[in-house]
Design a protein around this ligand. Structure first.
Ligand code: FAD
Length: 408
């Protein structure tokens, strides 16, 4: 039977909830319970990083780390200075989880299995006597003169001194109603981290081809991101696109995911591209353009770009008209497409939006208006790009809220 009195209640059994509960209970006599509405714990950790769990990122300085968060970034500098990527790595490694850094900076357990992280968090929760209750959805938090009373969907009530809310992102604004009732300001929830659908793309048959150093921009806006670009059967994917989806998430939602993009396939600007092509033309005037590609671009994509530039298959560099030469440059550095819709990237997504960060004191993630109530993880209006940044925020805010709640 559900016990009804605790010192600290943590609502939500995800990454932030476990970290908060462990640190709320650690080294104290506080009675801590973690309430999870489903019958599964750490379900996102389980599927994260393609089942490998990208725990954090190799980025030791808070000043650099904050550059990876479209929402929340600058405000998180101090929290990351206290519990950043270095502390996360040490925390897991001290508990026997060996970690490895991949070439792109993502950090995974050496087992390549997210269960390693789950086992570690379960063991720590057990060691610190955290009680866990499944199928316990909290529907209301009532602030009392001293402490809180929580109402559960089952009709039960739990009394406690402090509450840590770690309920994650919600895809509907109504999912935050119970927090709004406490007077907390909520930013509308909007999806972040997705790929672009381009139904009219004339490149779809080249699916699987990619470039490593391109960039994608949205003309008429400040949005531009560089990195690999992958051609898919529905449009475009890979880091340049996914990062752009995160930074421009609110704008793109407001445009109903219908907007133009310009792709630069080579990472060079117009002037540098012109120089490279002119030099090649001088040195190899008799070479056929469509079969002698320059720059780091797959040959089939180069041929298609030549076709888009209206260059005949047997045309030699020396015979290119000025118009064709300019059009080739244009298609290499500003290749236009119309996006119409989005697709989730490997089922990985985060919610942009949630509880406004101004509602919490960033020293300990306690609600400024409601002493004793803390918020941590994705329930806050914080989201990072892919690469381990979302978990890092969960560990940081979970650690600071739990540690603070445990005191007094
Ligand atoms: C497929 C996928 C892969 C991902 N991979 C990565 C990755 O590799 N690296 C990375 O950094 N990020 C990744 N992310 C993002 C990352 O998983 C999340 O940002 C992170 O899990 C958020 O943790 P959280 O504890 O704040 O919320 P959640 O993990 O969403 O946990 C919230 C929990 O609260 C419970 N809950 C909600 N409401 C209530 C209620 N009223 N009462 C009780 N319980 C409630 C929910 O059931 C849930 O278990 C991935 C996301 C997805 C979807």
């Amino acid at each position: 039977m559900l016990q009804t009195d605790y010192d600290i209640v943590v609502i939500g059994g995800g990454a932030a909830g476990f970290f908060a509960a462990i640190h709320a209970a650690k080294g104290t006599k506080q009675k801590v319970v973690l309430l999870e509405k489903t019958n599964k714990l750490l379900s996102k950790v389980k599927v994260s990083g393609g089942g490998r769990c990208n725990v954090t990122h190799d980025c030791d300085y808070a000043a650099q780390l904050i550059n990876h968060y479209p929402r929340g970034g600058r405000s998180l500098r101090k929290p990351f200075e206290i519990f950043g990527t270095q502390q996360t790595r040490e925390w897991f490694e001290k508990r026997g989880v060996k970690l490895k850094v991949e070439e792109d900076g993502r950090i995974f357990p050496t087992t390549d299995d997210s269960q390693t992280i789950i086992n570690c968090l379960f063991a720590e929760a057990k060691r610190n006597d955290v009680t866990i209750e499944l199928k316990s959805e909290v529907t209301k938090i009532i602030k009392k003169e001293e402490g809180f009373s929580l109402k559960l969907k089952s009709g039960a009530h739990i009394n406690c001194k402090k509450v840590i809310v770690t309920t994650g992102g919600q895809n509907k604004a109504s999912g935050y109603d119970w927090l709004k009732q406490l007077g907390l300001k909520i930013e509308r929830p909007i999806p972040s981290l997705f790929t672009f659908n381009v139904p009219d793309s004339d490149l779809k048959d080249l699916l699987g081809l990619s470039v490593n150093k391109g960039y994608v921009q949205i003309p008429g806006t400040k949005w531009k991101q560089d990195g690999p670009i992958l051609i898919t059967h529905w449009g475009f994917s890979a880091p340049a696109v996914i990062k752009l989806s995160a930074w421009a998430a609110i704008d793109l939602f407001d445009k109903s995911y219908q907007f133009p993009i310009l792709i630069n396939w080579i990472g060079l600007d117009e002037e540098a591209t012109r120089t490279v092509l002119n030099d090649y033309k001088k040195q190899h005037p008799r070479k056929v353009v469509s079969t002698n590609q320059l720059l780091e671009i797959p040959s089939r994509l180069w041929q298609r770009i030549c076709h888009k530039a209206e260059i005949e298959e047997d045309k030699r560099y020396v015979d290119l008209s000025k118009k064709q030469f300019n059009k080739l440059i244009e298609m290499l550095v500003r290749c236009p497409f119309e996006v119409n819709g989005k697709t989730t990237f490997k089922e990985e997504f985060v919610t942009c939006g949630g509880v406004n960060l101004k509602e919490v004191d960033l020293k300990n993630f306690e609600a400024k208006k409601i002493p004793g109530l803390y918020l941590a993880g994705e329930v806050l209006n914080v989201d990072g790009v892919t690469g381990g940044f979302n978990f890092q925020h969960a560990w940081t805010s979970g650690y600071l809220s739990g540690t603070s709640a445990s005191q007094g």
